[in-house]
Design a protein around this ligand. Structure first.
Ligand SMILES: O=C(O)COP(=O)(O)O
Ligand SMILES: [Mg+2]
Length: 257
């Protein structure tokens, strides 16, 4: 079901504060991935993983070992933990462990999770320039809403779309395009901000420029090679960067036969 958790911000009309892009009013959306991009969720994800490992009489995994896997969901983290311990995990045990993981995680969703430094200022700057904000995450929509509510930022987003919001999820471009549409924006004026190759491949497939955050969980070589731009901190993410990326993407489209 397509639910909108955050309240819809009104469409911005022409006003003194509106920004224009090549003569058009910006109705672009700055779409953020969640884990490893907007919020550093790794400590609470690691605690949830370790809760599961304790139930299986396994030693906890340190945060720095969990961190590179934190953006790929509970199953990947569990499979990696079992592999490191030289143990197999069958389907039934995986099902039980994922259920245990999610039950623990939702009760501890923002114990230690925090917005990345500078992202709030960046969101403020982009909004002041006429953009809207949205979230496109492979977390379940319900957990994404819980987390963003706990951090008191859910109502900043025109749409919060999770792995189960649409028929398909990232890296399928439908997830990003539908997020942009639900937020009331246009794909050709929007950008995707993410920390993994999944986010970058989604953006490429949707024809949307991408911003790779260098400080996320898994900015691997493929992500670096395919991102439109890589930023080291949120101080670099402002309307002039978005305008440049959108204009460059437009040029590429126009030169195609
Ligand atoms: O939970 C996941 O699988 C990853 O979440 P993300 O898409 O917000 O990085
Ligand atoms: Mg991520």
């Amino acid at each position: 079901m397509r639910t909108r958790i955050a309240k819809q911000t009104p469409i911005r009309g022409v006003s003194a504060g509106s920004r224009h892009l090549q003569g058009q009013i910006m109705t672009g959306i700055a779409v953020f991935d969640l884990d490893g991009t907007l919020v550093d969720t790794a400590p609470d994800l690691a605690a949830s993983l370790n809760h599961c490992l304790a139930a299986a009489c396994m030693a906890p995994m340190p945060l720095d070992v969990v961190r590179p896997h934190a953006g790929h969901g509970a199953k990947v983290m569990l499979r990696e933990a079992y592999r490191r311990d030289g143990r197999d995990i069958d389907e039934a045990e995986m099902r039980d462990q994922v259920t245990r993981f999610i039950a623990y995680y939702q009760d501890h969703i923002a114990d230690q999770s925090r917005l990345f430094p500078g992202v709030l200022d960046s969101m403020n700057r982009l909004e002041a320039a006429g953009m809207r904000l949205a979230v496109c995450t492979n977390k379940y929509e319900r957990l994404a809403g819980l987390l963003l509510n706990a951090l008191a930022v859910a109502d900043r987003f025109a749409a919060i779309c999770g792995a189960d919001t649409f028929a398909r999820r990232k890296p399928d471009p439908l997830h990003l395009n539908e997020t942009i549409a639900l937020a009331g924006g246009r794909s050709d004026l929007s950008v995707m901000v993410g920390d993994t190759v999944t986010d970058i491949d989604t953006a490429v497939a949707a024809g949307v420029p991408s911003v790779l955050v260098d400080f996320g969980y898994a900015p691997d070589a493929a992500a670096r090679a395919r991102a439109s731009v890589i930023i080291e901190d949120y101080a670099s993410l402002d309307i002039s960067l978005v305008e440049r990326l959108v204009a460059d993407a437009g040029k590429v489209t126009r030169t195609k036969p």
